[in-house]
Design a protein around this ligand. Structure first.
Ligand SMILES: Cc1cc2nc3c(=O)[nH]c(=O)nc-3n(C[C@H](O)[C@H](O)[C@H](O)COP(=O)(O)O)c2cc1C
Length: 295
């Protein structure tokens, strides 16, 4: 499997960007500067192959005159004000496609954060929207989410703080609920995670749809880190009903990118392999996704 080895994109410790990134929903009414646009273009051109090797493509879209209301009717729960543009992406219509999409899009989000550009992931039903028309998405592609972007307004609206409160955005689950060793009955603390404590903390700070934080990671005796998706009850039914894609698969890709970027920056090499741990039975509502195998 390919790895994120060629990306040294940030010029600043990636953990700083991970800590700095928060969803920004109100922007200054200014366009992205030509230098920053140039930087974004170059960054997109240099994106690595994602872990599962599926095809993902991105397109930066400045809203045109006729489509100031590009998000209208798309059911995104946070109302977005004055975006300077959107990063849209299309992926293969599969679980792996959604994971690869999350992984690469989040790498782009961190790059934008480094440029001082605020972002907000927006999940919705984009596959049949104006975004899809602009991207010329094919029948084989999904547009699972877009990211709104712009320089953050000095003062966020009260509305934004309601959205943050509604989603509990400032809270993250404690380590004891997210990370485990050997099986899911024993939790892992930063001391037990040894060199991986920062990479796991980077996962804990990741954004996720409705801030559900569905990532669970199991450190095996041999030192492999197994990534699982914890299904929220009723989530699949609800999203299907709303005509939305399984964004928790994209959440997993986001977690993988935070983990790998921090691990590599700390000089820890490894690769993604499909090698589920031999725990039986896998607890209910947990889906095995991928393993990070240190070298
Ligand atoms: C896949 C995905 C979809 C999201 N969809 C929306 C959305 O439609 N509207 C919105 O306002 N925020 C959306 N968010 C932002 C989350 O609510 C936010 O990341 C979470 O509450 C944590 O807050 P933070 O990003 O400020 O750390 C989404 C995030 C992810 C990762």
């Amino acid at each position: 499997m390919m790895i994120l080895s060629s990306v040294k994109p940030f010029g600043t410790p990636v953990m700083n960007l991970i800590r700095k990134r928060k969803s920004v929903r109100t922007y200054k009414k200014v366009a992205i500067s030509p230098e920053d646009q140039d930087g974004i273009r170059k960054f997109l051109a240099g994106l690595p192959k994602p872990p599962f090797g599926t095809q993902v493509r991105f397109q930066w879209m400045a809203p045109g005159q006729d489509d100031a209301q590009m998000l209208k009717g798309l059911g995104t729960y946070g109302f977005i004000k004055n975006p300077a543009g959107y990063m849209a992406g299309a992926c293969e219509r599969s679980e792996k496609g959604l994971q690869d999409f999350g992984y690469l899009m989040e790498t782009v989000v961190l790059h934008l954060t480094g440029l001082g550009i605020g972002t907000c992931w927006l999940g919705g039903t984009f596959t049949k929207s104006r975004f899809s028309e602009r991207m010329k998405a094919t029948e084989q592609e999904w547009i699972p989410a877009v990211v709104s972007a712009g320089y953050p307004a000095e003062k966020a609206r009260i509305f934004d703080s309601w959205v943050r409160k509604g989603a509990g955005s400032d809270k993250r689950k404690p380590w004891s609920e997210l990370f485990f060793r050997i099986d899911f009955t024993r939790s892992l603390d930063p001391g037990g995670a040894g060199p991986f404590s920062d990479a796991l903390e980077a996962v804990r700070l990741a954004p996720s749809a409705s801030n559900r934080q569905p990532w669970r990671i199991l450190l095996s005796d041999g030192g492999d880190l197994h990534f699982f998706l914890q299904r929220s009850s009723g989530y699949e039914k609800k999203t299907k009903w709303a005509g939305m894609l399984d964004l928790q698969q994209a959440d997993m890709g986001i977690a993988m990118s935070h983990f790998e970027l921090q691990a590599r920056e700390a000089g820890l090499s490894g690769s993604w392999v499909a090698q589920a741990p031999g725990i039986a039975p896998v607890p209910e509502q947990k889906q095995y996704v991928i393993t990070w195998k240190p070298r």
